[in-house]
Structures are given as C-alpha cells and as structure tokens.
Design a protein around this ligand. Structure first.
Ligand SMILES: *[C@@H]1O[C@H](CO)[C@@H](O)[C@H](O)[C@H]1NC(C)=O
Ligand SMILES: *[C@@H]1O[C@H](CO)[C@@H](O)[C@H](O)[C@H]1NC(C)=O
Ligand SMILES: *[C@@H]1O[C@H](CO)[C@@H](O)[C@H](O)[C@H]1NC(C)=O
Ligand SMILES: *[C@@H]1O[C@H](CO)[C@@H](O)[C@H](O)[C@H]1NC(C)=O
Length: 183
C-alpha cells in the first residue's frame, strides 16, 4: 500500500539509507582518545594549524599537505570503520614548543619526525613505553641527557638525535635495541 502510493518516497528513502551506509563506511574515524591525544600534542608542540573540525585521518585541510607536514593513519581496523594514527611528520616548521610526554594514547604510532624545529626541553623518558619504529628529533634545541628508557623500545629501528644541545653519553641500555639500523 505504502509502496504503491508513494514509490518516489520509498525509493528516495531507500537511496538515503544506502547513502548513509556507504558514507559511514567511507568516513572511518579516529577514536576520540586519539583525537584528544593530537590536541594535547598540538598544544605542547605549539602546532596551531591542525583543524579539529574535520577528522584528522580525512587527509583534508591541514592534516596532510606534503611529505613534511603529515599525520598518517591506517584505517583498516574493524572492517575499515576505525582509524589509528601511525605517523606524525612535522619537518622544518619552526615549532617553538616542547616534546609531548605522553604518547600512550596513540598506541599505533610508529613514526614521529620533528626534524628542524625549535623544540626545547628534554626527551621524555615516557617514550620508553611506546612502540615507535622511527624517531627523528634532528635539528632542534633539546637539552638534557638521552633517557635510558629509550632502550626499552624494542621496535625501534631508527633514532636520530643529532644537532641538538643534548648532554652526557649514549646510555648503555640503547645497546639493547636489537633492531636498530640508524642511530
Ligand atoms: C603518508 O602517506 C602518504 C600517502 O598519503 C605516503 O606517501 C607517505 O609515505 C606516508 N608517510 C609515512 C611516514 O608513512
Ligand atoms: C624553551 O624556550 C622558551 C622560549 O622560547 C623558554 O621560555 C623556556 O624556558 C625554554 N625551556 C627550556 C626547558 O629550555
Ligand atoms: C624497561 O622495561 C622493563 C620491563 O617492562 C622495566 O622493568 C624497566 O624498568 C624498564 N627500564 C627502563 C630503563 O625504563
Ligand atoms: C638489556 O635488557 C636486559 C633485559 O631485558 C636487562 O637485564 C639489561 O640490563 C639490559 N641491558 C642494558 C645495558 O640495559
């Protein structure tokens, strides 16, 4: 009855229905905990042009503009409905802040590259509990010693800390980084 009376309405609702399914699939999203982690990171780095009005994994606006300014995500989780941040690359941006202490809310983060900025302060020992594969802090204004906790990042393959004002020796614990390829 309903169908025969208003087939047009029926088909347009059907279309809307499929559109909603498709678009919700297309817009796989970053969990709010990771969005919040990015907000916290933006604050300490003093990265001011990330646009939180869009999903950070959407590739839109300022989230991914070049190989030197990119937040990369992997969106293949839970049948393509959930994204996770896998890399943060912010090179040569004159960022004046400090390093984020806590990367624990980005559990899938593999790469952090903050090459050539003006970041000061110390390298947080908390990074020791991350699963990072690649860290570059080349060319900043970091001080203090290299935390021995970094020796606990068993996944780490590349650690680049040159051109900073770090003091002290390379901690022997880094000898435990068995997969390291570049130090
Ligand atoms: C980020 O994604 C782009 C493609 O969108 C790719 O070219 C680039 O290699 C990725 N970078 C990292 C660090 O994964
Ligand atoms: C970092 O630099 C700012 C000024 O740019 C300064 O106020 C702050 O004390 C510095 N912090 C450290 C730990 O050197
Ligand atoms: C490394 O991890 C082990 C086990 O998780 C922990 O007992 C140890 O205190 C850590 N070492 C450093 C230097 O953080
Ligand atoms: C390397 O790791 C082992 C166990 O994980 C630990 O007992 C040892 O003290 C570490 N070596 C260094 C130099 O930290």
């Amino acid at each position: 009855m309903f169908f025969s009376q208003s087939p047009r309405l029926f088909f347009s609702s059907l279309l809307t229905f499929f559109y909603l399914i498709l678009s919700s699939n297309a817009a796989a999203q970053l969990p709010t905990s990771e969005v919040q982690a990015l907000r916290d990171i933006a604050k300490v780095l003093e990265k001011t042009d990330w646009n939180f009005d869009v999903d950070p994994c959407s590739d839109k606006l300022n989230w991914h503009t070049s190989s030197e300014n990119a937040v990369n995500c992997s969106c293949s989780y839970s049948s393509g409905t959930i994204c996770h941040v896998t890399s943060i690359v912010l090179k040569s941006q004159s960022l004046p802040g400090t390093l984020p202490k806590d990367l624990g809310n980005l559990p899938y983060l593999q790469e952090i590259d903050l090459t050539r900025n003006y970041l000061n302060g110390t390298i947080p020992r908390e990074w020791g509990s991350s699963k990072l594969v690649s860290i570059s802090l080349l060319g900043n204004r970091l001080t203090g010693s290299i935390p021995k906790e970094l020796g606990n990042i068993t996944t780490l393959k590349s650690l680049v800390l040159e051109i900073n004002q770090l003091s002290g020796n390379i901690p022997p614990e880094l000898g435990n980084l068995t997969s390291i390829e570049r130090l």
